[in-house]
Design a protein around this ligand. Sequence first.
Ligand code: AMP
Length: 544
Amino acid sequence: MPERTSAGTTPWPPEFATRYTAEGYWAGRSLGALLGEVAGSDAPCLVDRGLRLSHRELLCRADGAAARLHALGLRPDDRVVLQLPNRWEFLVVTMACLRLGIVPVLALQGHRKQELAAVAGHAEARAIVTAGTVRGFDHEALAHEVAAGSATVEHVLVTADELAAGSLDLRALCRPATGPLPPVPEPDGTAVALFLLSGGTTGAPKLIARTHNDFAYMVRRAAEICGLGPDSTYLAVLPLGHGFPMTAALGTVLAGGRVVLAGSPAPEGAFALIDAERVTMTSLVPAVVQRWLDHRAADRRHDLGSLRLIQVAGSKLPEDVAARVTPVLGGVLQNGYGMGEGLFCLTRPDDPAEVVCRTQGRPISPADELRLVDDRGRPVPDGEPGILLTRGPYTPRGYYRAPEKNAQAFVDGWYNTGDVVRLRPDGNLVVEGREKDVINRGGEKISAEEIETFGRAAGAREAAAVAMPDAELGERICLYVTGTRLELPRLRAAMREAGAATFKLPERLVHVDALPFTAVGKVDKKALRADIAARLAAEQRRAG
Ligand code: AMP
């Protein structure tokens, strides 16, 4: 029997829970109930290519899906893995889960067998919900492969024009309800609403259990700061499996606004949608901002005049790029910094340009607490950069069923972000770097340790993965190796074979006689990062 979800979580201590409730951060309501309350209108709510649904129609489909999930035997607190592209079914099935108290686990499109099997296993998922073939990859076959190797997955639900044997038809499941919701009690506010995945510092993604109380608060507070309301149209171009765009999409629905789905962040399609749908807000990562800026310089056909807010987070937006956003794309830039683990910082729409371009904003909640420490955990002097620890009403106190990881990542209930930040006197925070061994490839986080394990398994004697600077994605993965002459295509093929996510495949391999070490005997990654930067600069000079 799968364990109850709550058994694997670390609750907030009672004094914090009491305070967050008393001060109004926690509403004690389920997200499903909140979504139900705002859904009475015929105002438009969801646009996906030819499909347009009103708030009432979206809820009706979500409730139809909830009833059919229930008929399949799925019950409140069961976990279901979702691996879906930005299509209407994603929002419908997410809402269906929230309405019924089923806990969706949001996997990323780039995840392959290794991650999906680990996530489904760790969550003891009873179903996988996926698409057919997306960008040439057969997600349906992957889901069946994972299900076959799983002790708990009983159902594979698929949205596709033709279904393979054994798949259940997700589109049929998402038809409008024909009766009332199954009679299940509303989940408690402290129950887990959904799982986000952390790219994190170690191999398999960690599961971040977000409760109804905490996630609903974050979503509604962020929406309030962004000024979302019935007249807002949010364009979802980033994959909704990420907490960042999902927060804005759910916030838009809860605010009575409209969500437009884009299949990819490519500017050609996104600009056409902004123009046609009079989009007012979108969320981007810096790599996408850069593409949009470049594209706009070459192609001014579309009217982007409806854009009011362009939210950017996920990795650091260079100041010079930030300064070009409003002049080139229009709207106000909102700089942000956040994580699936909770804390969300944003600049405010009326902040001066200096704050918006130079900082990553300030916490969205007055109850967010920040502490900056040095590498021995001692507080750093005011204004100095330090490793950021945080706790607050929407930052959980531990990963799901992960006592060992929690012992490292949480210090007395404070989440150690592993990011190095500076706090300005005006309360805004500037991300200066990071202490954790992670590569941030265009917003996707990759554990260096995991890539190194692959490198050694493929024949390297020693391996060290570092970020190499990249104009397009900010960072790409470079692996330093010693020993046998491992070739990059062979390593990538071996990783693919092992079922690693596509975004984890290294893009450069550097052979060295020996790795550099620090005085305490750790691989000197700083030296390696400097080395690869110097190699790239030299190559660029040679290329002319
Ligand atoms: P995720 O949970 O995938 O959103 O990753 C969270 C991590 O992304 C943070 O801990 C940071 O390392 C990084 N991150 C997010 N936003 C920014 C930003 N604006 N600047 C630099 N790093 C960022």
